[in-house]
Design a protein. Structure first.
Length: 404
């Protein structure tokens, strides 16, 4: 039986907040007949706190669970985070040297230096090394800190580490075509690669929505336009709030903007809505996954809201948006995703950061129910065909099998 380590600094374990891609992957590979260890950190990224390691009963997991110490950080982009990952990378190397009897390493990137520790160990041991590219550093960090010359100097180590990692990979999985192809941008390598969207389990999404249907109350006559996700620098929530004000001025006060989630800009944007007395925009706050599913299903339009400079491509929430079977308004400028929206017909692309353009798009779909419902049907079909993990994650297992 082949033994695989899946290495990630960001995973939701039982009772936690966060993303489930790597938890699901560990279960999936275990069921496919591999012996799997999930190696993660003592620091919980979404809670910004140390985990209580003792509470995780190993019997609750089909795979092995190993923790490396990481001191942690308070902000998603700051020097403390870079230092924290550097310490985690050193501790990972020590763990692998001590207990790394693996046949293959599967690691997410970023963090770049943690992935580099995996690549160097795999090279030393002569075993395959697969990266799962789910963001681009330092490109994404420039959204928060973009000072000519200074940012380039500060982020150079991240750029250098990324290229080193890409030079070592035996295989690449990307959460979009753009991310899948990024390792080959500056170096030509003949290694297997595949796109596997973050996706979700449709059965879990549907069950959660059904179980929470009665707890999410939508008054008669209300029309919901919803965003779910992080309230941070890359995401254009400000324009959604101002569009709510614009729609109310146009006599569409029945159109309600719902913002689900939390993040560094939540307080500032809540203050904006309060100061401008915008009554038809509501910050719902963090909703557990099953309740979020119910909100998305009860909404009429979902907004994939990004600022113009955001480097993101096809993000985690897209699987849930499509599963809800609702029309989507997209402001993300990723050419890959804009083409997908247009070609698959589940929504409309608009220019980001423009209040009137967003209000116009909402109003158009509000008036055209047939168009809106047809987009929703197409969204659900794409979710079933391309984003449902029990089907889509087979590509990851096929690539691993090919390398072993």
């Amino acid at each position: 039986m082949y033994k695989i380590a899946v290495i990630t600094m960001g995973v939701r374990l039982d009772g936690e907040k966060g993303y489930t891609r790597f938890r699901y992957l560990c279960d999936f590979l275990t069921e496919a007949g591999y012996q799997v260890d999930l190696i993660t950190t003592t620091f919980q990224h979404w809670e910004k706190a140390q985990r209580d390691i003792e509470k995780f009963k190993k019997d609750d997991y089909k795979f092995g669970l190993k923790f490396i110490y990481e001191p942690g950080y308070k902000q998603n982009v700051d020097l403390k985070r870079i230092k924290s990952h550097r310490i985690a990378a050193k501790n990972l190397t020590a763990l692998l040297e001590r207990e790394g009897d693996y046949d293959l390493l599967y690691a997410e990137i970023p963090p770049n230096d943690v992935a580099l520790a995996c690549g160097e160990f795999a090279k030393k041991k002569g075993i395959p090394f697969v990266v799962d590219v789910n963001d681009l550093w330092p490109e994404a960090m420039r959204m928060v800190l973009d000072i000519p010359v200074i940012s380039s100097l500060l982020f150079y180590p991240l750029q250098r580490d990324a290229e080193k990692v890409y030079s070592m990979v035996s295989g690449v999985i990307g959460t979009s075509d753009e991310y899948r192809d990024r390792p080959f941008q500056n170096q030509k390598r003949e290694v297997p690669k595949a796109t596997v969207y973050v996706g979700n389990e449709l059965a879990v999404f549907d069950r959660g929505a059904e179980e929470n249907e009665e707890t999410v109350v939508k008054p008669d006559g209300e029309f919901w336009v919803t965003y779910a996700g992080t309230i941070g620098t890359s995401y254009d929530i400000r324009t959604m709030i101002l569009a709510a004000e614009e729609l109310a001025k146009r006599g569409r006060a029945d159109i309600k903007i719902k913002i689900l989630g939390g993040g560094p800009l939540k307080d500032e944007l809540e203050a904006l809505a309060r100061d401008k007395n915008i009554k038809n925009a509501e910050f719902v706050g963090y909703a557990p996954y099953d309740k979020m599913a119910a909100y998305l299903k009860k909404s009429d339009i979902l907004v994939n809201s990004f600022v113009r400079k955001a480097p993101q491509s096809i993000v985690t929430k897209i699987g849930d948006y499509l599963a809800a079977g609702k029309a989507m308004i997209n402001t993300c400028m990723s050419p890959e995703f804009r083409n997908k929206v247009e070609n698959d017909g589940f929504g409309v692309n608009i220019e980001p950061e423009d209040t009137c353009i967003l209000a116009d798009a909402v109003e158009d779909l509000y008036r055209n129910e047939d168009k809106r419902l047809e987009m929703g049907k197409k969204a659900r079909k794409i979710a079933e065909e391309q984003f449902d993990r029990p089907k889509s994650y087979r590509k990851i297992e096929q690539l691993i099998r090919e390398l072993l």
